[in-house]
Write a protein that binds this ligand. Sequence first.
Ligand code: DON
Length: 308
Amino acid sequence: MGKRSADLGQIVSDIAAQMRDQEDRGAVANYIPELAAIDPNQFGIAVATPDGKLYTAGDAGVPFSIQSVSKVYALAFALGSVGDQLWQRVGVESSGLAFDSILLLEQEKGKPRNPFINAGAIVTTDTILHGSSPKELLGALLRFIREAADDNSIHINEAVAKSEIATGNRNFALAYYLRSHGNLLCAPELTLGTYFHQCAIEMSCAQLALAGRFLVSAEGMPQLVSHERARRINALMMTCGHYNGSGDFAYRVGLPGKSGVGGGILVIAPGRASIAVWSPGLNQFGNSKLGTDAMHLLAKRTGWSVFG
Ligand code: DON
């Protein structure tokens, strides 16, 4: 089922209006001090379609910290650099556990379940960092994202990166644990410094929806990875993109998505659209509460689903 363009404009503004009035907006992440101060009364949505249109509503122009959404770009970059060799160091199974859990790492001898939980993302960043410098890698990653979005103004928020370096004890624990199993090639400080900077990239919903177009696989959208690779990344977004909330998101929305604790979610409707939603308050899984609700509504109104 498809939706005419005129309808999409109406749908996104209806959703933004509905989200504006919500009282229960979830809780803003407070373990990264810079994020704790963000006003939860914000909501943005943007939908980029293959005909070159961008539908926006609410706070779609306000930049936010993309946090774990950056793991999608690091994964695409890593697959481009080392291909399937990545899977020797990280798996492709959902973990059923919180994004920062260390539990399975002991049982599974330092091989993280997937590239979207923190342990797996740290290994992914370590893989592409090995043999270059944090500055070079972050520059290359930013170039990839800027090309995807066709926007050279996308940048890293240094204060957010510093804030997480100062408080990221859990990620340091994960990194040292990975290193003890031989699954971290660079010094933990280097890999984590790079990872925290990658997470501190800022984008608005409008920029993120444009930056996600390379995963839609539609004529008229940038094709920075092969169709086969885009499919695989989408499969991982569907099964692991929301951590222990992945089943809930797949059930309610039926589209691949990747969330971040900044409150952003990038969602792909294959062949149809790249969608970004943002609201800083999080649900019990650490995913945007209103962002998830908004995507539920959008999927209902458009009929978009990978399940037909
Ligand atoms: O490593 C962290 O904890 C954060 N930089 C990113 C975590 C995150 O975004 C989880 N997503 N919902």
